[in-house]
Design a protein around this ligand. Structure first.
Ligand code: GDP
Length: 440
């Protein structure tokens, strides 16, 4: 995400390279490029102007600092201002009621239903809540079915009533149902339209007035740039929502929505959607996002995701094996499965500082592991545990069994040996955090 703006900002800061000092002239030149990068990323022009004016003022004011280069200083100020622009600190979702009710709003296709499922999953797994999903789209039966599918995926019950044509009543029935079942979170998915329209706004405002939810979230597709900001304005003036959910940040978004929405509607971004799968949801941290936009990577999120997926016991066992040089293809396969659970490979790599840019033109899809898995599956258990056994006749058999070539098998074995070597080196380091700190 955000490769293009990251690149352009990077280029803008290069203007200052070789300059020993910040001057009106070189700052103005750099910030002209920064502003252009923001506008190209579809950031609202007023937001971009105020932003660069603030950075300029701060940069010139801090010129006395001589311990850093002008480029570093300007990057630091830009990062701090980007963080502020996106809201400063992370803002939690209000889940204090019993049941606590969250009402979704947004256009059709923005990702409401998908996010409803992700949120139910998040609240269940991370917050120990017992959620209920409620389907209030009375116009598209397919939307009700979709919510049932999503509910099933995350193991959360779904309340719907295809006979009832009044969405306000369905919402109320849903809340009653949750109370009876002892469920303490109600997530209400509503009908969207392709564009902002009066009838839809009235309907959702009526639901809001009738049920008085703890939290009204506005879901918006980040790929829609300035439109996302305008839609947010329209929804907010009618609903006075509590927070924004930006979806599809895994795509080719230019980032404008993430950067402008907070400032324009003065409501926090609370979550971001980074994929179609039910676990592709992240809490929105402005500072981490600023790091990513500036191409500084988001190591904290990466480590958190890794920690969530890695079972501590497994890690301990694996560490022991690595230390004894007993890491084998079975473990390698297991390792691949864990990585796959963490999310899309490209997205993960993008969190590593400097990698985002390097990977821009690489076509890494999630099937990248398929060949590797096929090769390992074609090995006998003995071969997986004792890779040294794999001689050339075995390689030939493995290649034909997995539908690959001997070269591919050789490449994998080499890769495996390198991984093994690297892991041994890393096992001497204290922990993963220690390892990640090297990047800083
Ligand atoms: P709704 O009409 O607002 O309920 O939108 P849906 O939940 O049906 O989502 C519309 C499309 O966007 C579906 O194909 C989803 O799979 C997809 N989608 C939703 N969230 C994300 C996301 O964060 N990333 C990606 N890549 N796709 C998403």
């Amino acid at each position: 995400m955000f490769e293009s703006i990251s690149d352009k900002l990077d280029r803008a800061f290069k203007v200052l390279k070789g300059h020993g000092q910040i001057t009106e002239v070189n700052v103005a030149e750099t910030l002209k490029e920064v502003r252009r990068a923001l506008l190209d990323a579809d950031v609202n022009f007023k937001v971009a102007k105020t932003f660069t004016d603030t950075v300029k003022e701060k940069a010139l004011g801090q010129n006395v600092l001589t311990s850093v280069t002008p480029g570093q200083l300007l990057i630091k100020i830009t990062k701090d201002e980007l963080t502020k622009l996106m809201g400063g600190d992370a803002t939690d979702i209000n889940i204090s009621g019993n049941p606590s009710v969250v009402l979704m709003s947004g256009l059709q296709g923005s990702g409401k239903t998908t996010f409803s499922g992700k949120l139910a999953n998040f609240l269940k797994k991370k917050k120990g809540k017992k959620p209920l999903l409620v389907a209030c789209d009375v116009y598209r039966p397919a939307a009700i079915d979709q919510l049932h599918v999503v509910g099933e995926q995350v193991g959360v019950e779904v309340y719907s009533n295809k006979e009832q044509k009044d969405p306000v009543k369905i919402a109320q029935e849903g809340i009653e149902f949750a109370k009876k079942q002892g469920l303490n979170m109600v997530i209400i998915d509503t009908a969207g339209r392709l564009a902002v329209d009066e009838k839809m706004m009235n309907e959702i405002a009526e639901i809001k007035n009738a049920i008085n939810p703890q939290e009204v979230l506005f879901v918006v597709d980040s790929m829609t740039g300035q439109d996302a900001v305008n839609t947010a304005k329209a929804f907010n003036s009618r609903l006075n929502f509590d927070g924004v959910v930006l979806t599809k940040l895994d795509g080719d978004t230019r980032g404008g929505a993430a950067l402008s929405i907070r400032k324009v509607v003065d409501k926090p971004i609370k979550f971001i959607g980074t994929g179609e799968k039910m676990d592709a949801l992240d809490v929105f941290y402005p500072e981490r996002m600023a790091d990513r936009i500036l191409g500084m990577g988001d190591v904290v999120s990466l480590v958190e995701r890794a920690q969530e997926q890695y079972d501590a016991e497994k890690v301990r066992k694996l560490q022991k094996k690595i230390a004894k040089n007993q890491f084998n293809f079975e473990d390698f396969m297991d390792h691949i499965q864990q990585i796959k659970k963490m999310g899309s490979v490209k997205d993960l790599m993008g969190m590593i500082p400097g990698m985002g840019k390097a990977m821009k033109n690489m076509d890494i899809d999630d099937d990248a592991f398929k060949g590797v898995e096929a090769i390992i599956q074609s090995m006998t258990v003995q071969e997986r545990v004792q890779p040294e056994l794999i001689n050339s006749s075995r390689k030939k058999r493995i290649a034909s069994g997995s539908g690959t070539t001997i070269q591919e098998v050789n490449r994998l074995i080499k890769q495996f040996e390198e991984t093994r070597k690297m892991m041994r080196m890393m096992s001497n380091k204290k922990n993963m955090m220690g390892m990640m700190n090297q990047f800083k």
